[in-house]
Design a protein around this ligand. Structure first.
Ligand code: FES
Length: 156
């Protein structure tokens, strides 16, 4: 009789332990899934900044007030779902380029003092016309047509 009671208590303890393990496993799994989802949500904008995915309309044109592009300055904008820039290297001359590095897709930055683009990822350098000046990029930046109207620039 004592033996039977002992086995019954033993089985009960084993079930409690098993139930507790399942609950802990389930709680850890839910916490892990939430952690992964939060990390993805937090890192997505960084990834999109470093390597934009694009996805805009192919025929879309962008109009920018001419006054926003000073001589020697760069004006960043979104072109067909991807980051782009329009420059005025010399008075009345406008150049529109993609700013997605042709190496691994980071967004390049205009160095106004030195008048070239620098990629923050691997130090690729591009001229104001998008030609490779140094670093690992193998090809130039894609360029876009710019029509300079009275007080507007129409790109695309
Ligand atoms: S991604 Fe620009 S140099 Fe590597």
């Amino acid at each position: 009789m004592h033996d039977l009671e002992s086995k019954s208590v033993e089985n009960e303890n084993r079930e409690k332990l098993s139930s507790l393990s399942r609950r802990r496993f389930l709680a850890a799994s839910v916490a892990g899934a939430i952690g992964v989802a939060l990390a993805g949500a937090a890192l997505w904008p960084i990834g999109e900044y470093l390597a934009p995915t694009g996805g805009g309309m192919e025929e879309e044109k962008v109009t920018i007030p001419r006054s926003q592009v000073g001589v020697g300055q760069a004006h960043y904008f979104n072109f067909r779902g991807r980051p782009a820039v329009v420059l005025q290297p010399d008075p009345g001359q406008f150049i529109a380029l993609s700013v997605v590095c042709t190496h691994l897709g980071c967004v390049i930055k205009w160095q106004q003092d030195q008048q070239f683009f620098l990629c923050p990822c691997h130090a690729g350098k591009f001229s104001k016309t998008g030609q490779v000046l140094g670093g690992p990029p193998a090809g130039p930046l894609p360029s876009y047509p710019v029509a300079a109207k009275a007080d507007q620039l129409v790109i695309g």
